[in-house]
Design a protein around this ligand. Structure first.
Ligand code: SAJ
Length: 406
């Protein structure tokens, strides 16, 4: 069967929308990417990118040069509409971690006037259970004549920042439709660029599966973080204990760290908790364990610093995880920020992946930090830190939250 080329509107040109729009455009679809950020729209239309992700610049350039990808502040008519906008928190009835669907609702209202019979609307944003049905409700409320004639589906993004382009193609894809026809249409579209298996279900199960994936990871990181605190208390090397336990054929413990950052793992479990608070005891506790880890690290640094008069504290790493430059929701940033404000000594932060102008405080190069620090606090397992010679730091107090300087 000949591949059907479509006109596709992608709402939101961030870490998910832009790679998806560019991928579809390079497969021959006519793609209009819509974003509220005028600067991002201009940058993309000139074939460049406004975010950092390996090889995305090459993909966007080729999509724009092919004439198949255009960015705009406003939408148009099309065959398929993809919503890839953020789902942050808002406070509801005293709960500060309730999901905020405002971006999804605004994007849905923006496309509703342009929808035609038989169009497909895909929600890719990570969303609480029932959001795809809510998208459909908004559309039908605005366009009653389209009731039963519009297809909606949830096809959650599952890509890992730093490996987005590879995972966009290779990962299996969940397609949760509100109808069988919606599933069939979405399946045909994703098959144009997805090599992974296409897994069919209903929209509510798809929404839950995505939240479950990130909650699974959060609970498992919380287990590792709790072990790190227990082992510290008992004077045991947690990295060695985990490595040994992981040699059991059915044990696979994740790695402790300074806390859980990024925009997904630390957010999505709260969407489950908000929808079933009494039933989500483990998921909530895991979030609390991970959120408490930065304070534990700060207390540890303060205890060590108390032995010095005006200590120099070298902080290695600021990003939310290894080998990226993304500082948003980074526990390392919070820790360094707090240490700066606490006035316990001179703080010298270093991150080889972060441009100096991006940090709100002075950044130093690795050699200078290692030379001058009394206390070395390792916060991110960047490749560059793995080469630090143990001999060079043997006289320093080392607090290693990622087990790199063993
Ligand atoms: N972390 C640990 N220990 C570990 C693994 C991670 O402390 O053993 C920390 C990281 O340092 C970081 C945080 O967890 O601060 C999250 O990092 P991550 O690499 O686990 O995940 P993200 O947030 O970059 O991407 C996740 C992925 N989800 C899963 O692996 C289940 C990705 O596939 C999703 O698409 C993405 O969330 C998303 O957008 O939902």
């Amino acid at each position: 069967m000949a591949r059907e080329l479509q006109k596709i509107i992608v709402m939101g040109l961030g870490y998910i929308g832009l790679p998806t729009a560019s991928m579809l455009a390079t497969k021959g679809h006519q793609v209009l990417g819509v974003d509220v950020n005028a600067q991002a729209v201009d940058i993309i239309n000139s074939g460049r990118i406004h975010i950092v992700e390996p090889d995305l610049d090459i993909l966007v350039k080729s999509a724009v040069n092919s004439g198949n990808l255009k960015a705009s502040l406003t939408t148009e008519e099309g065959d398929t509409f993809i919503l890839a906008v953020p789902t942050p928190f808002k406070e509801v009835d005293g709960n500060p971690k309730a999901p905020d669907l405002a971006y999804i609702e605004t994007a849905t209202r923006a496309i509703a006037p342009y929808l035609r019979e038989d169009n497909l609307v895909i929600l890719e944003s990570t969303s609480p259970v029932g959001t795809t049905e809510r998208v459909q409700e908004i559309i039908v409320a605005m366009r009653p004549e389209l009731a039963g004639k519009i297809h909606t589906a949830h096809c959650p993004e599952r890509v890992l920042p730093g490996q987005i382009l590879r995972e966009l193609v290779d990962n299996d894809r969940i397609i949760g439709g509100t109808t069988k026809a919606a599933v069939a249409k979405a399946k045909a579209l994703y098959k144009t660029f997805c090599n992974g298996a296409i897994l069919e279900t209903d929209s509510r199960t798809a929404e839950m599966s995505k939240l479950v994936e990130n909650s699974f990871r959060d609970v498992n990181i919380a287990f590792a973080n709790e072990l790190s605190v227990i082992c510290d208390h008992l004077g045991i090397n947690v990295w060695e204990a985990i490595a040994l336990a992981n040699r059991h054929p059915r044990v696979n413990i994740l790695q402790p760290g300074p806390g859980v950052g990024g925009h997904c793992i630390a957010v999505d479990p709260w969407f489950i908790v908000a929808s079933a608070p009494a039933q989500s005891r483990l998921i909530r506790t895991a979030r609390e364990v991970n959120d408490a880890k930065p304070d534990w690290v700060i207390a540890k640094v303060k205890a060590k610093a108390a032995r010095f008069h005006e200590p120099v504290i070298g902080c290695l790493g600021l990003s939310f995880k290894a080998n990226i430059d993304d500082l948003r929701e980074s526990p390392s940033m919070d820790i360094v920020h707090h240490l700066h404000q606490s006035g316990i000594g001179k703080i010298m932060a270093c991150d080889p992946n972060v441009r100096k102008e991006k940090a709100p405080f002075a950044l130093y190069d690795l050699k200078t930090v290692i030379k001058e620090a009394d206390i070395l606090l390792l916060l991110v397992d960047h490749e560059e830190f793995k080469d630090i010679d143990p001999q060079v730091i043997k006289d320093k107090v080392v607090i290693d939250t990622k087990g790199v300087l063993r």
